[in-house]
Design a binder for this molecule. Structure first.
Ligand SMILES: [Zn+2]
Length: 187
């Protein structure tokens, strides 16, 4: 037997795939070839270790950890999907508003309706506008008067306004964060 065939014969022997004649030839070669005997010993030793060692079992909490990971991934996916839903919803609302405005524009542009608009709508709108203008001017003069002569009323009004704005700002800034923290704690 040649040394180059020996490695293959050794592994076939360990797998029980050699007939008696082949086994005898292999043993005869190993008896006088030191290199192949060394290889035989190494391979035999390794294969005995592998047979004695039970298959590596996963850690006891492996399944639980995988499960937790899958749940987290699912929660993340749901959050992303929810965000996309909100986004699409608001886009839909804005789209509906745009369509409504466009329809109104088209309707008002119809010749017959334009006459109605010119006859009834515009004077009414003009009246409303003049009333608003009067109210605006009155409001402006009151504010102007107050700013000309600072008084305790103005100062306290400003303070109340500032406090209200701060409270509103705090609510707007802190509320989504609290909600987000709750969501994160749950997942
Ligand atoms: Zn040999």
């Amino acid at each position: 037997m040649h040394c180059s065939d020996c490695s293959e014969q050794i592994s076939l022997y360990l797998d029980g795939l050699l007939d008696q004649e082949q086994v005898t030839r292999l043993q005869a070669h190993l008896a006088h070839c030191e290199a192949c005997r060394a290889e035989w010993e190494a391979v035999h030793w390794l294969s005995s270790i592998l047979e004695a060692e039970p298959a590596a079992a996963p850690a006891p909490d492996f399944a639980a950890r995988v499960n937790l990971r899958l749940q987290r991934r699912e929660a993340r996916r749901r959050r992303v999907r929810g965000g996309i839903g909100v986004l699409l919803g608001s886009v839909g609302l804005w789209g509906a508003a745009a369509v409504a405005v466009a329809l109104l524009f088209v309707v008002l542009w119809q010749p017959s309706l334009r006459i109605v608009w010119l006859d009834v709508g515009r004077p009414l709108a003009g009246k409303a506008f003049s009333i608003l203008a009067v109210l605006g001017r009155a409001l402006y003069s009151v504010v102007h008067e107050l700013f000309q002569r600072p008084s305790w009323l103005l100062l306290s009004g400003n303070a109340i306004l500032a406090l209200g704005l701060i409270a509103l700002w705090t609510r707007i800034v802190l509320r989504p964060r609290a909600l987000m923290l709750q969501v994160n704690a749950k997942t």
